[in-house]
Design a protein around this ligand. Structure first.
Ligand code: SAM
Ligand code: SF4
Length: 347
């Protein structure tokens, strides 16, 4: 298996054993967070990883260098909350400078963006996904348990002002939360914001006691949501959503299906990990903050790259990445629950 990857490498792109091109690495910088979102982590927070357990900034940089040599072209930094990780700006700069890396992006709750976005942009951050599930201040507090809506909105403003593009707003949809989806979709009209609705996923201790409370009934299939938003738009006198033209789709559009209100500055996307598996288009590997490579979000199978980084040469690190590639399943087969929750895996 290892040899077959080497052969494909020589052809340029790195492919897994199912023929998918893998060029995207998603790295969790920390399992810590300044929020406690109900669907992501317990109220008490997670039992934080020790200082020695998490990958050091130089280790992450080296990992990306080796991965770039294999064919990784895009890196997304996530967490936990990536902006609470010390050294994140330097890391963005270091990764951006690596040969072969074409873009470095980040997924964040946005709170620390106003203070950091200019430095991040100067260091080479090109795009950002900001997570926001409601525009109602009380509901925002209820979902994040500790956050303030105005802080995340200020993060969105700061990202746009700093010229990051695209700026995507990711909203997890949960039926029992009764979110105002039309209000969200309308965010895409006046400013170049790409709103994406993401189906609630059974990650972590999903259905178990003390878990995130995930249940199938709370998943709103994207198809249903798109129809609902269109009906609400019609009732509000807005034109219907139409499939987004190629030129209006945001760069790095990934697994989302995009729509737009005619003439809008941004788009409305739907990401359907459950109702419409996009496993056949999966292009990524994930690395947890403590240095485990995770071939699939929904599988607990992990490979230890921290050990390789601390005690091996680059060839050993490459071997771990290639083994992870070989371990990528064809699809997630509707698995429910994972040992780690989303903040520990890196959503
Ligand atoms: N703290 C950052 C943030 O919130 O953007 C980055 C980490 S967070 C784990 C990454 C993304 O995962 C967020 O957009 C969050 O909404 C999403 N997420 C967390 N738990 C989820 C779940 N059970 N289903 C779907 N998305 C989830
Ligand atoms: Fe923190 Fe992001 Fe998880 Fe919310 S979704 S608790 S902001 S890591």
């Amino acid at each position: 298996m290892y040899n077959s990857f080497r052969e494909t490498e020589q052809g340029g792109a790195l492919k897994d054993s199912h023929g998918r091109v893998i060029d995207y690495l998603r790295i969790s910088l920390t399992d810590r967070c300044n929020f406690r979102c109900v669907y992501c982590m317990p109220e008490s927070g997670v039992c934080s990883m020790g200082h020695d357990e998490i990958l050091r900034i130089e280790e992450i940089e080296r990992l990306v260098r080796v991965a770039a040599g294999l064919g990784i072209r895009s890196v997304r930094l996530t967490g936990g909350e990536p902006l609470v990780r010390k050294g994140v700006v330097d890391l963005v700069g270091a990764i951006t400078a690596i040969d072969g890396i074409e873009n470095v992006s980040m997924t964040t709750n946005g709170v620390l963006l106003p203070a950091m976005v200019d430095d991040l942009r100067a260091a080479g951050l090109s795009r950002v996904n900001i997570s926001l599930d409601t525009l109602d201040p009380d509901q925002f507090r209820a979902i994040t348990r500790v956050g303030r809506l105005e802080d995340t909105l200020a993060g969105i403003d700061a990202a746009l002002e700093a010229g990051l593009a695209p700026v995507k707003v990711n909203a997890v949809t949960v039926r029992s939360l009764n979110q105002d989806f039309l209000a969200f979709a309308k965010l895409s009209i006046d400013r170049p914001l790409h709103v994406r609705f993401i189906e609630y996923m059974p990650v972590g201790n999903a259905e178990g006691e003390g878990g995130t409370g995930w249940g199938k009934a709370d998943v709103i299939p994207s198809e249903e949501l798109c129809e609902l938003i269109s009906a609400q738009a019609a009732a509000a006198g807005l034109p219907a959503l139409v499939p987004a033209s190629k030129s209006s789709k945001p760069v790095g559009w990934g697994p989302a299906r995009y729509f737009e209100f005619p003439g809008a500055a941004g788009t409305v996307g739907f990401i359907s990990p459950l109702s419409r598996h996009f496993c056949s288009e999966c292009n990524r590997l994930r690395v947890t903050a403590d240095g485990k490579v995770r071939p699939c979000l929904f599988s607990d199978h992990e490979l230890d790259v921290r050990e390789a980084l601390r005690n091996g040469d680059d060839e050993v690190v490459r071997a771990v990445l290639l083994a992870a590639l070989g371990a990528k399943p064809d699809e997630h087969h509707d698995k429910v629950g994972t040992e780690r929750n989303m903040s520990q895996i890196g959503g």
